[in-house]
Design a protein around this ligand. Structure first.
Ligand SMILES: Cc1cc2nc3c(=O)[nH]c(=O)nc-3n(C[C@H](O)[C@H](O)[C@H](O)COP(=O)(O)O)c2cc1C
Length: 321
């Protein structure tokens, strides 16, 4: 019952707040991502929203949105209070294939609650959390973790991953940076290799994959079972198709401008189905202009748009450049 789903690709799409909305996840899925994950969601918010939505005869999935077309899809939770983590997980588990727990977020408003990456410092608490969480839900539980807090303790992930595995966690993703690093410097892939050598569950390597060649190099250098791509997929869902092609054949096709535009227009259509705020749609549009000729002028224009129709018109101008 608690087995991981079958993943059709080794390349997963990373949870990214404000980026991995259900419409963009669907594009990544269509382009061959093996797994997509919701952005991190507060267990407090899930519990409060569920009550509110229940009173309106609505479901929690009006808040944590997803579609069956994304499957397998994982929901990522963050929090510190074990009772609340368990309660929130039970609310969302009927809809998702995996419950992922965030121990990687470095944002102060989250680490100040001793959640996200701050939990790396609390192995006893983490042990109780995973033991209770795994027992409470029918779906597999996974962990996404940073390496440590700072360079001096950058192997905190090792005891944490072992504790998680013993408690029944089924897969671990390591973003091979410390909390203090934020997104700066380089991810230390040798830590992913160490993790792979120390646990039996599948390991997902994450950090600084920008191309299919990077993905292959991470797998070759670390032995990780899967790779997770975040920023490299922003405005570029095609990277999943390219990684799949490259791992299979050793080469991959470039993406034509028309295909890129069509994918963005598909995004706009999908976005209509979900409660995606326009500012988030606009940010996605900016990402799609990366690498296009005249991209900076397009971005200036995009910044002034007020509707999806306007966005579409401006993106069509890219064809003429
Ligand atoms: C804008 C942004 C939002 C993010 N939000 C989340 C999140 O909600 N949950 C999470 O576990 N990691 C989050 N991350 C971290 C990514 O999942 C990933 O671990 C990190 O970006 C390193 O991978 P990359 O080098 O492929 O981008 C976020 C990263 C970015 C850039």
């Amino acid at each position: 019952m608690k087995k991981l789903p079958v993943f059709k690709s080794k390349a997963f799409f990373a949870p990214m707040a404000g980026v991995s909305d259900p419409a963009f996840r669907l594009l990544c899925k269509e382009q061959g991502a093996g797994l997509v994950v919701t952005e991190l969601t507060s267990v407090h918010a899930i519990i409060a929203k569920e009550k509110q939505l229940r009173e309106q005869k609505k479901k929690i999935t009006d808040f944590v949105e997803y579609s069956d077309k994304e499957r397998p899809v994982s929901v990522q939770l963050f929090g510190n209070d074990i009772d609340l983590v368990v309660k929130a997980a039970k609310i969302v588990e009927p809809y998702f294939d995996i419950i992922d727990f965030n121990m990687g977020c470095p944002a102060p408003h989250i680490t100040n609650q001793m959640a996200g990456a701050a939990l790396l410092q609390e192995p006893g608490h983490v042990k109780e959390l995973f033991t209770r969480l795994v027992k409470a839900v029918k779906k597999p539980v996974t962990l996404k973790v940073r390496a440590g807090i700072s360079d001096s303790d950058k192997r905190l992930f090792l005891p944490i991953a072992k504790i998680a595995e013993e408690a029944g966690v089924k897969m671990v993703t390591l973003h091979a940076r410390t909390l203090k690093q934020g997104y700066s410097g380089k991810a230390d892939w040798s830590l992913i290799k160490e993790l792979k050598e120390n646990v039996k569950m599948p390991v997902v390597g994450n950090g600084d994959i920008w191309s299919p060649e990077d993905a292959k190099r991470m797998i070759d250098e670390t032995g990780c079972d899967y790779v997770m791509i975040g920023r490299g997929a922003m405005g570029n869902p095609f990277i999943f198709r390219q990684v799949n092609e490259y791992l299979e054949t050793g080469k991959y096709d470039e993406i034509a401008l028309l295909e890129k535009l069509q994918a963005f227009f598909n995004y706009l259509e999908y976005a209509k189905e979900y409660n995606i705020p326009f500012h988030a749609i606009r940010t996605q549009a900016m990402q799609f202009t990366k690498g296009l000729k005249g991209g900076s002028e397009l971005r200036l224009k995009i910044g002034k748009t007020k509707s999806s129709e306007e966005l579409k018109r401006i993106m069509l101008e890219a064809k003429k450049i």
